[in-house]
Write a protein that binds this ligand. Sequence first.
Ligand code: PMV
Length: 347
Amino acid sequence: MKNKQQHQALRKAAFQRLLPSRFMPVMHEAESIAPVNIALIKYWGKRDSALNLPITDSISIALQKYTTTKITQAAPSMKADCVILDGTEVSHETSFYIKLTEFLSHVRPDPSFYFHIATINDVPTGAGLASSASGFCALAKALNQYFDWKLSLEEISRLARLGSGSACRSVHSGLVQWKQGELSSGDDSYAVSLPYTLPELCLGIVFISKEEKPISSRDAMEQTVQTSPLYSAWPMTVSRHIAEMEVLLQNDQVHGIDFHRFGALCEQNALAMHATMAASLPPILYWTQETVRVIKSIFQFRKEERDIPLYFTMDAGPNIKLIFRRHDREKIQRLFPDLEIVEPLWH
Ligand code: PMV
């Protein structure tokens, strides 16, 4: 375990490797958007918590849901960054504000420069819908414009990763793989776009709670890695799932995707992640009674409608994301009338 100073020194060095030694804004304001991404093969566990370096690769899909971030310089009278989230100023005591300003502290042109950040999310913050991923990616892109750093996509991905791990995947549309990398600097840990499209793929969000999650994914991951007796099996499980996913996607180019195998693989990966965290001490369970009820109704649906592949995935929250084929959407919507259907973002 690193102490606080080592943690800060590592982060400082990572930002310094990415960014020029001196910089000033080249425009009055900059605005960028980034898509939400949902992991199909999950990232759960860090090999380095200062740099958000993962223990495994992960695979995600970008969605047509976005975060928009606009940055300007805060008024000279301001003595702190001002963060506006969906129209409301964020309190300086929240973990969201503290995490964001720590990130911003590495990109200030001088110590008296404060940012005004206005962020609009298409999804509720902190409800396991990956808004921190799209948020940090949109911020990294906006900063790149604002300071004209001319970063490549790979570098923006690395910068976004220093905000929130999964944010590195939001630089690309479509299917994306975050490479765990080997280097302790993390310079080889960034997201790449996968050359496959699944035009039939549809996702839907079953909102169970829009409340903030009881434990952050950062803390939950650490607790899992340190205390879950099942964690030792997780890296191997993910490698196998990624290899199986590659085979499925490659096959798709010839025969079309086997949706049952695709959905079952995503579902099994999510359940393995939740089982691993449930075995932590103290246990981590994001599920509510309603989550379990919905999961059972999905199992029941599969028994009755064998030809309709309906599967799910879940992140660090109680909400369920359904995975199904576009041409089954009416039947799925009948089962879940409040379902919010979200299309993947392919281009
Ligand atoms: O990047 P974080 O710290 O928000 O962690 C994301 C963790 C999961 O959403 C559960 C999995 C993933 O790969 O996105």
